[in-house]
Design a protein around this ligand. Sequence first.
Ligand code: MN
Length: 246
Amino acid sequence: MAETVLENSAAKAGGSDDSHYVIPPPALPALPVRGSDRRFPIHRIYCVGRNYAAHAIEMGHDPDREPPFFFQKNPDTVVGDGETIPYPDKTGDVHHEVELVVALSAGGKDIPVERALSHVYGYAVGLDLTRRDLQGEAKKMGRPWEVGKAFDFSAPCSEVVPAADIGHPGRGAIWLEVGNERRQDGDLEQMIWKVPEVIATLSGLFTLAPGDLIYSGTPAGVGAVERGDRLHGAVAGVGEITIQVA
Ligand code: MN
């Protein structure tokens, strides 16, 4: 796992004493914050599925009939901007999904839509890497999605940009290039559930907490990642991320 992400270990961050534990406590995953030498600590990672109509259609679903839904990745699957990741194991069909990531500074249950944005610390650009073949098998068999979604290095994420600096982007280009080829090209305003609705709905299902990241769904154009590919994603007004696949 990338040292840039994990160097801020729980022991260092909290000043806790390792001798309280039978094994060394796991490191606390964290992301850099633009304009700060302090980092954003990651609690949980929630992801929204099929939150752009065109992507729902390309995956064979009817966005008018099936509302978006949620799944999770593990915090230690985050990889920082500029890192090189291995091609994932046990798959021959890894897909890229570029997404706006929402970073929460406050949590709670049943957060009203109109107060949702006050819980946001900032935003980032993320990649929801997917072992599409294993996900497809899981769908077909009615099995959980973790093997398709929550594998090692599956959640690359850029630095976090404070909402205090950029506001709350509701529209703007979101795109991904593989090498020099533009693969995904959408706009945040195409989201079926906007960020406040995502937070409100999610907080009815889970108690949200400071440090939660929400990958808010991907526009159309998802496709295969090959060994040696360079992935370059961006959200206008938020930032960019570049990941090299070994
Ligand atoms: Mn996704």
